[in-house]
Design a protein around this ligand. Structure first.
Ligand SMILES: [Zn+2]
Ligand SMILES: [Zn+2]
Length: 308
């Protein structure tokens, strides 16, 4: 627990605690991908094989309006498959969205023809709702605030490869100014079509004790994960108003806060950085870390403390 990084006039009634607890193992997961059940090119088993051959620990198969039918054979698969689905549709103000719903208790009966009703069903059953590729869809920050999303895709690899619209970091900081618990995810949105071969470009690493649906989903709900294009956070530890990280070799480490606030270190002419410590400014209502390696690949933590 920490006293309060909020100044007196900012949400003083809320207690906060540090988000990261990295004494477990890091599990690698891809949570946005498609199969022949919607607009993907490969069958479920082929997609499972592909991701397990790349040492992914878990995936969530998120076909459009269709939950994967595991036929009770979840235990025999070479990696953990978490139930998921991608919904798209218009809200009552006419704004179009794509949203991922991920959760252990998702059922096909939650899918109604109505987009908002389906979202509400999934939300009430404890699913994680992720605002997908907002730049690609053309959504504004205000549109993201209208619904109960838990987080957003800050990087969608397919949107980036195809349209150059895969990043949503300014959407994220805009959302964090209003909701400092908002989570950031990196995904492939892989389809494996001959003209859409993109994958292994964005994933998440969840720190927990076991690779079970329950533990991974708990870790995601709590934000005890980071999003990455390659670089890794090996440990994230807190001192008295400080955060200390060990990472893969990187060129930049940035502590990013609201609006213009930031601290950074770089190793432009020196050896790559592997260890960094920052002081957590008491007047920022959120702070998140970003690392970048020598070839420009980045990884992002969630906000470093959470609100109750
Ligand atoms: Zn989509
Ligand atoms: Zn998709």
């Amino acid at each position: 627990m920490i006293s309060s990084p909020l100044s007196a006039n900012q949400v003083p009634e809320k207690k906060i605690r540090y988000r990261y607890e990295t004494s477990g193992r890091w599990y690698k997961g891809s949570i946005h991908l498609h199969t022949v059940s919607s607009d993907g090119h490969l069958a479920f088993d082929q997609v499972v094989q592909k991701y397990s051959s790349e040492k992914f620990d878990f995936i969530s198969v998120t076909d459009h309006w269709c939950l994967p039918d595991l036929n009770g054979n979840r235990e025999t698969l070479p990696l953990l498959v978490i139930n998921g689905v991608e919904l798209d549709g218009y809200d009552n103000l006419g704004t179009y969205y794509h949203v991922l719903a991920i959760g252990a208790s998702l059922k096909a009966s939650f899918l109604t023809r109505n987009f908002l009703k389906s979202l509400r069903n999934f939300y009430s059953q404890g699913a994680v709702l992720i605002w997908a590729h907002p730049h690609w869809t053309g959504n504004s920050i205000r549109e993201g605030m209208r619904h109960k999303f838990h987080g957003l895709e800050i990087y969608n690899h397919s949107s980036q490869c195809e349209n150059g619209s895969g990043y949503a970091l300014s959407h994220w900081d805009g959302m964090l100014n209003h909701n400092p618990d908002f989570l950031g995810f990196a995904t492939d949105d892989s389809h494996f079509q001959p003209d859409q071969p993109y994958w292994k470009g964005g994933w998440i690493m969840v720190n927990t004790t076991d690779c079970t649906q329950q533990k991974i989903l708990e870790g995601i709900h709590q934000g005890n994960f980071y999003a990455t294009q390659g670089p890794s956070f090996n440990s994230i530890e807190y001192g008295e108003n400080t955060v200390k990280v060990e990472t893969s070799p990187v060129t930049y480490v940035r502590l990013i806060g609201p609006r213009r606030k930031g601290q950074w270190i770089h190793a432009l002419d020196k050896k790559p950085v592997r260890q960094t410590e920052f002081e957590l400014p008491p007047d920022w209502h959120y702070a998140r870390l970003e690392i970048e390696d020598a070839v420009g690949k980045r990884a992002w933590t969630n906000p470093l403390w959470q609100y109750e």
